[in-house]
Write a protein that binds this ligand. Structure first.
Ligand SMILES: *Cc1c(COP(=O)(O)O)cnc(C)c1O
Length: 428
């Protein structure tokens, strides 16, 4: 495949934008090479500026569960945009989207819209700290909650080691209240609470990890977190920026039957626009300004065009209830891919739930936490990535990301993808 125009554009982009991109993973560094520039998308397909066509399993990193340029979503956005794009005054679409979120997500009684997932987690943590009047935050190794200073912390060695910043620019003091535990490790969480419990404002977790590849919670892990946070008077925050409206219409909490105190949303609720949200029990949400003392604001929050995309996306998901069909398609993709690799003697672990799946190129051992995930052969993943990209299949440019299947992906798209994987396997 030729990508000359993309190459030229990337050279130009690098002159004006750090690394040529506005979010690091887009630079394709972890698979080595250069990104392509997209021209347009329709349904399950994207087209680059050189005219190449790809079946897209990134789907804008999760938001596009309906696929690209869904006609009903685009139609509604146009209608709303023609009436003006931003006012900073209450509009009816904010209320409609809030109502849809409250009706869908079982633990949310009130919700505040922001402009990104990062803003949602940052605000939820501020609220948890303000509400509990405590400072410490427990997060899990490998969970990504956006680029919030105090959440960009890497675990030090040992269960109870205080964290160190994961990036320059975050003073040690900013992460000194962040405690890191291992996903699916109850003893680790127990020990952390025994030592710091009375100072812990909240536990924040992706109920299904989606940012180290897909990693599922053990059967009783989330309910265990519910119990221990209740015991110590800490809040439980589910970061459902990926899982919200994906793992089920009501998110991971509806699927697993565990109710957090606060939930962070993003991605799907913006229908392809910059939207995030945090919500939860009314008693806690009333602690946010202007009703309460915890300040949080946004010039473009609740923007009518973004709200319109969200409202229409949720309306379609509720009406068409595509979840079972999505899960079936995704499972077929994951299971068949695993079979193709194993027939060739290549061990892999496939983790799937709902419309998200990951193929870990490891020794076939279960992947239950970040450490397990990092045992994968990232060089092999890079080979896989480029080979199937040239066959017109776009998986995420990193081993540690999920593949997202949308409503627009047909059984034929899945077949073509599997054929590309078969061709790759034959070539090695
Ligand atoms: C993407 C993501 C975020 C950050 O959202 P942005 O809109 O990129 O700021 C937070 N949490 C999770 C679980 C995510 O996947």
């Amino acid at each position: 495949m030729k990508r000359e125009k993309s190459h030229k554009l990337f050279e130009e982009a690098k002159r004006y934008i750090p690394g040529g991109v506005n979010s690091p993973v887009r630079a394709f560094k972890s698979v080595g090479g250069e990104p392509f520039f997209v021209d347009r998308g329709l349904g399950s397909r994207i087209y680059d500026v050189d005219g190449n066509e790809y079946i897209d399993y990134v789907c804008s990193w999760g938001p596009l569960i309906l696929g690209h340029a869904h006609p009903e979503v685009i139609g509604f956005i146009k209608e709303v945009a023609e009436k003006g794009t931003s006012f900073g005054i209450p509009n009816v679409l904010e209320v409609e989207l809030a109502k849809a979120v409250v009706e869908a997500v079982p633990s949310i009684e009130k919700v505040r819209f922001v402009n990104s997932g990062t803003e949602a987690t940052m605000s939820a943590i501020r609220l948890a700290r303000g509400y509990t009047k405590r400072n410490k935050v427990v997060k899990f190794e490998g969970c990504y909650h956006g680029h919030v200073d105090c959440l960009l912390a890497k675990a030090g060695s040992g269960v109870l080691t205080l964290s160190i910043p994961g990036t320059p620019g975050v003073p040690e003091g900013f992460v000194s209240e962040t405690l890191i535990c291992e996903f699916n490790n109850k003893d680790d969480v127990k020990a952390t609470f025994e030592r710091y419990g009375d100072d812990i404002a909240c536990v924040i977790i992706e109920p299904v990890m989606g940012n180290a590849g897909v990693i599922l919670p053990d059967d009783d892990f989330l309910s265990f977190l519910r119990e221990i946070t209740d015991t110590y008077g800490s809040l439980l925050i589910f970061d459902e920026v990926i899982t919200g409206f994906r793992v089920s219409y009501g998110g991971a909490q509806a699927r697993f039957g565990v109710m957090p105190d606060l939930t962070c949303l993003g991605k799907i609720i913006g229908g392809g626009f910059p939207v995030g949200a945090y919500g939860g029990k009314a008693e806690i949400m009333n602690y946010v300004a202007p009703d309460g003392p915890v300040y949080q604001a946004g010039t473009l929050s609740g923007n009518p065009v973004a709200m319109a995309a969200g409202v229409k996306t949720l309306e379609i998901l509720k009406r068409d209830n595509p979840y079972e069909a999505l899960e079936k398609k995704t499972k077929r993709l994951g299971d068949e891919a695993k079979r193709i690799f194993e027939e060739k003697g290549i061990a892999v672990t496939v983790n799937s739930i709902a419309s998200m799946t990951s193929i870990f190129f490891n020794s076939g051992e279960p992947v239950r936490n970040y450490k397990d995930a990092t045992k994968s052969d990232t060089e092999f993943y890079s080979k896989f990535f480029w080979k199937i990209l040239d066959k017109g299949v776009y998986f995420a440019p990193s081993q540690f990301e999920a593949a997202f299947v949308s409503v627009a992906h047909s059984e034929e798209d899945i077949d073509r993808t599997l054929q590309a994987i078969r061709d790759f396997v034959k070539s090695i």
